[in-house]
Design a protein around this ligand. Sequence first.
Ligand SMILES: Nc1ncnc2c1ncn2[C@@H]1O[C@H](COP(=O)(O)OP(=O)(O)OP(=O)(O)O)[C@@H](O)[C@H]1O
Ligand SMILES: [Mg+2]
Length: 357
Amino acid sequence: MEPTDWEKRIKELEKANLILREKLETSEAERSQLEALNQEKEFLLKTVTQKFIDSEKILKHRMSTLEKALSNQQAMQIKLIEAEKMSALGILVAGIAHEINNPVNFIYGNITYVNDYTGDILKLLEMYQNRYTETDAEIEDFLEKIDLNFLREDLLKTLSSMKVGSERIREIVLTLRNFARVDEAEKKPVNIHEGIDSTLLILQNLTKEKPGYPAIEIMKNYGNLPKIECYPGQLNQVFMNIINNAVDAVRDRDQKRSPIEIEANPSQMAITTSIISENWARISIKDNGLGMNEAVKGKIFDPFFTTKPVGHGTGLGLSISYQIVVDKHGGRLECISAVGEGTEFAIEIPIVAKPRS
Ligand SMILES: Nc1ncnc2c1ncn2[C@@H]1O[C@H](COP(=O)(O)OP(=O)(O)OP(=O)(O)O)[C@@H](O)[C@H]1O
Ligand SMILES: [Mg+2]
């Protein structure tokens, strides 16, 4: 080849080289541009994913808040329905109690007179019989027909059972009135121990010795309580209900035991009062009766729940007590019980009442 050809050839190669370099540079620039774009896209993707994760979290949180709100609302609705039912029931019960109250008081009030009059008439009859001994066939016949001695005995028994019956109706009416929250007096500071003692006195008939059963031992462990601001009548009603239940529980247990077992392990009730914190008093009533299983314990504060035979329990005692302690006194009513281990009811109430909200 000629030198000029060589030079020509080199020049061509240099030119091609230049073109190639330029192309390389262009593609390098394009590559780095693409890389930058890629990085940008990757960053964008990461941001979007993070945002997605964040919004998923927020959504989950919102969902759980909503779920909570829904279940709260459902609970509230149930409470409202219950409250509505209870208030309708309260009005109905108050109405019935009111209607029964007057005629029952009328019967109850007059039984004492009827008793006295009957006693007088019987006494007069006896006086006649003693003074005028001569017999008259017609009177003799009639005396035989009516069996005067039996009539005399039975009349007094009948009157006394009528009195017991009307007393029971009065108690039920009182319970119903309380249940319906008819009586609303002022709160005042009282000595709780006096209330418990008077309740025990009223219930003495139930706790004293009975044929086959010794008296229920009552242990009082009274603490040094100040006067407590409360509705005394209502709180007494609570003591009455709880002590009454305790009596039933220990007597039920007695019925399942022999006299020797009863003697060895007598029925007892312990009433303990104490101050548990600055403004709180606790009254505990504990029995060594049969106790309760979990199923019963879960229902004791429900209105009309009773395990007692028909005619023995209305099932209102504890639901009224709960209302009185918790709603009216801002207190707490707790039950600690297990089968075979007796039962304790603990009433906790503020010593100085909280102002009503
Ligand atoms: N001290 C207790 N020991 C065992 N069970 C109890 C005791 N106190 C309450 N109970 C259970 O709780 C139920 C409800 O008691 P509550 O006082 O409300 O109604 P009651 O005693 O059945 O009827 P009443 O309306 O006449 O009081 C009782 O039937 C009984 O099963
Ligand atoms: Mg009861």
